[in-house]
Design a binder for this molecule. Sequence first.
Ligand code: COA
Length: 194
Amino acid sequence: MEKKETLKDGTKVLIRKLHINDLDRLMKFYSNLPPEDRKYLRIDVTNKEVVKQRIKLTKAGNVFRLVALFEDEIIADGALELSGEEWRKHQGELRVIVARPFQHKGLGMILVRELYFLAIEKNVEQVVVKMMNPQIAAQRIFRKLGFQEELHIPDYVRDQAGEKQNLIIMTCNIKDLWNELEHFYSGSDWQRCR
Ligand SMILES: CC(C)(COP(=O)(O)OP(=O)(O)OC[C@H]1O[C@@H](n2cnc3c(N)ncnc32)[C@H](O)[C@@H]1OP(=O)(O)O)[C@@H](O)C(=O)NCCC(=O)NCCS
């Protein structure tokens, strides 16, 4: 899968699946993230071994990763993780991260849309996102897409600095997500005029 997309400011980007040989590109992307964006990720993405294991997991078949590239450099990363557990087989978890210079240009929304298509292919019925309290932009983007906050657990996780943070779990029915995505794109001049 490879798709060319145009961001709100006209920047052309390529969206494709993450390849096993993307390790160095991915490390460069992660190491260029500002500490504030890295702080709330669930693993230490500056550790090459950890990132390597993460890429390998995509081969196991439960995690699907997409990346966005600009001039052959990774500028955003998105994942759909299916639960291996029988009782949560209908669920898929989404994660998205966009490099600062490319934020606010619609790339996060584009990745969510592409992950939505993947989720449909994998028969996901309920989409889940998990984030820490300070990840305000993420909460806003997912609320806008129809996600509801289901759970807010105080001091449940630790950020990369070791500080305890509240965990927020939001969910959305896959059909409602499509309605919101359609609504978002039909109301957007940027996508209509492409
Ligand atoms: C969350 C994130 C992926 C959004 O990516 P993005 O490319 O900037 O998002 P978009 O440009 O597609 O914005 C979509 C909507 O999200 C909301 N949004 C995006 N950034 C925001 C911010 N900093 N503050 C408040 N709302 C924001 C807006 O409602 C926006 O729609 P609008 O531009 O029509 O107002 C990005 O901010 C990011 O990578 N943050 C750090 C990592 C993170 O928290 N990931 C989420 C874990 S699941």
